[in-house]
Structures are given as structure tokens and as C-alpha cells.
Design a protein around this ligand. Structure first.
Ligand SMILES: C[S@@+](CC[C@H](N)C(=O)[O-])C[C@H]1O[C@@H](n2cnc3c(N)ncnc32)[C@H](O)[C@@H]1O
Length: 267
């Protein structure tokens, strides 16, 4: 597994994950106290939301590196990187074998990545190695799906229209509670570990359009399409959108709370 999107899904991920990610990216960036001139790593950067936010904060004297092992995500990330200083250095690499020297970074960010690492402990040992002493680490991972009404409705749709593969991919995205991340951070030698849940009300475009696009851009949606074809994916999306109809605003958008766990630590 590991949230591996294929084909044109990374393009859609960039579009449809954007509204869900935006406030959490800001929370991760705030949590590491970035300053102009800082050296930052965005771990499991995907299409680069956190890397772009970090680049804007560290400015022309800083540097942002971004690593992910999915080539398709990195291609979209490189195409969307802003034409501004500092350049973001995108590298294809697994989280548990990072191609950076010891003590390189002031901060390591990992937005919605830790739950997909096959060896979280090894990845956090690598994060500690590439951070300078006193450097900051921050990660978000979705809280349990039943804490976010959008995902609770998606879970019901997947149970009805997906198969075991879709259910396993969905479960993976919600598989990393604070205790697990905290234990792995302690094991990797981090200190001053703090975890809290953060909830944002997020306004999404009209759900009849948004949900099919979003579902086609996540690993569990891909699994539904792989096993049941596009019609099955459309049925799951329609059920998901219908279940959230009471969240619709007068202008057709929908406002829904999303909850993620945010964990910070010092190396
Ligand atoms: C849900 S996406 C999050 C992407 C991005 N951080 C964001 O906030 O949009 C999860 C990302 O983790 C990456 N990933 C999963 N396992 C990985 C691993 N072992 N090493 C590096 N990247 C990994 C996937 O390729 C994917 O881009």
C-alpha cells in the first residue's frame, strides 16, 4: 500500500486535496516556527503543499528540500513549484533512506505521510539524523475517520461499494494515532513531544462535483475503480455526497469539520 497514486491521479490529488490540506499545512508550518533562512525538509511531500508553504516562509536565504517515493506526485510537485526563491529541491526517496547529510535541516515536516510508512520507526530515525540538534519535527495524520463527518460518510460508502482492498487502503489513512507517533519519536531520540487534535471547518465546492474528483484521487478510490470500474466509483461517490447533503450552504458549497492529529517534537 503506501498511498501510491498512478496515472493522472496525482494531478487530481493536487486539485482535490488542496482545500482539505490548506489549514493543516498552515498548522504544521506554524508548529515548527519557521524563520527566514531556515533549511526545511518536507517528508512524503506528495505534490508539494507543505514545501510551497515552507518556501514562502523561509524566503530567499532559506532552502526547502522535499522527498517522496512516488514519481508521479513529484512530477506534479515540480510543475507546480513557484517561480520564486528559494527553489524547492524535489528528490525521489523513501522516508527511511533519505539522501541528505546528518544535521542538515532546522525543521522536518510530514503532512499526512507517517501513516503510510512501512517502517515508521526507521523513518523517524532518519528524520532525527538529518535534523540538527534542537531542530523541530511536526507531523499531521488524520484522526480516526469517525471524528470527521466527511470521512465517516466516505467509510459508509466504501463499506457498501468498495471491496476489501478499498477498505484496507482507507483504514491505512487513519491508522496512526498520536500514541503510535509519540512512541516512535521517543524511540528515535526526540524530546519535548507534544500531540494535540486540530479541527478546522473546511468549505468545499459543491459536493456532487467535489466528491467524485476527490475519491478518484485517493488510494481507496483507486482500489474501488480497479476492482469495480468507473461506475462503481461513481456510485460510491454519489452515496458519499448524498449522505452529506445536510452540510450544504445556500450557495451550494458545503462546510464540514475535519480533525487531524498534530504531533511536534525536538531533536
Ligand atoms: C496522502 S499523501 C500526502 C502528500 C503530501 N504530504 C500532502 O500533504 O498532500 C501521502 C504521500 O506519502 C508518500 N509516501 C508513502 N509512503 C512513503 C515512503 N515510505 N517514503 C516516501 N514517501 C512515501 C506517498 O507517495 C504520498 O505522496
Amino acid at each position: 500500500m503506501g498511498f501510491q497514486l498512478t496515472g493522472s491521479a496525482p494531478e487530481r490529488y493536487e486539485e482535490y486535496a488542496a482545500p482539505l490540506n490548506a489549514p493543516f499545512v498552515e498548522a504544521v508550518l506554524d508548529a515548527v516556527d519557521l524563520c527566514p533562512g531556515h533549511q526545511v525538509l518536507d517528508l512524503a511531500c506528495g505534490t508539494g503543499f507543505a514545501a510551497r508553504g515552507a518556501a514562502a516562509r523561509v524566503g530567499p536565504t532559506g532552502h526547502v528540500a522535499a522527498a517522496d517515493f512516488n514519481e508521479g506526485m513529484l512530477k506534479v510537485a515540480a510543475a507546480r513549484a513557484p517561480r520564486m526563491y528559494p527553489d524547492i529541491e524535489f528528490t525521489q526517496a523513501p522516508a527511511d533512506r533519505l539522501p541528505y547529510a546528518d544535521d542538515t535541516f532546522d525543521a522536518v515536516l510530514c503532512q499526512q505521510g507517517v501513516q503510510f510508512f512501512p517502517d515508521l520507526g526507521a523513518a523517524l530515525v532518519e528524520a532525527a539524523r538529518v535534523l540538527r540538534t534542537g531542530g523541530r519535527f511536526a507531523a499531521t495524520a488524520w484522526a480516526s475517520w469517525d471524528r470527521s463527518p466527511y470521512f465517516a460518510a466516505q467509510h459508509r460508502a466504501i463499506t457498501e461499494y468498495g471491496g476489501p482492498a478499498a477498505e484496507a487502503h482507507f483504514a491505512e489513512a487513519f491508522s496512526c494515532p498520536a500514541e503510535l507517533i509519540t512512541a516512535a519519536l521517543i524511540e528515535a531520540g526526540f524530546h519535548d513531544i507534544v500531540s494535540r487534535d486540530v479541527t478546522f471547518d473546511i468549505t468545499l465546492p459543491p459536493l456532487a462535483d467535489f466528491v467524485p474528483g476527490h475519491l478518484s484521487a485517493v488510494s481507496w478510490g483507486q482500489a474501488i475503480e480497479d476492482t469495480g470500474g468507473p461506475d462503481r466509483l461513481a456510485q460510491a461517490a454519489a452515496a458519499n455526497a448524498t449522505a452529506l447533503a445536510d452540510r450544504t450552504n445556500p450557495d451550494g458549497t458545503a462546510t464540514i469539520p475535519f480533525t487531524s492529529t498534530l504531533v511536534t517534537a525536538v531533536s
